[in-house]
Ligand binder design. Sequence first.
Ligand code: SF4
Length: 102
Amino acid sequence: MGAITRREALLGALASLGGVGCSKASAAASCTDTAGLGADEAQARVAMEYVDRAASPAKACASCQQWLATGPAGAPAGCGGCRVLKGPIHPAGTCKLFALRT
Ligand code: SF4
């Protein structure tokens, strides 16, 4: 009976760790893969100085008028999109085109 209790405790701990892993996986680690883009589309991201982490959270992509919650096909989980820049876009990212959504 004691062994069952320890087993249950272990399973509970593993389930808990699994839950943490899932929540971390749902947040995009990186949305910088431009492999599927054309050269002009990839260059536009560079020219507009797109980065995955805005220096100022107030200028994060998720608060921008151009933000799309759904990323392009094949984008990593957690990445959204942008009406202007092509490719996966991080909700915490930013670029020179940021315009606060009102
Ligand atoms: S325009 Fe720039 S700041 Fe706005 S969603 Fe697109 S990439 Fe992010």
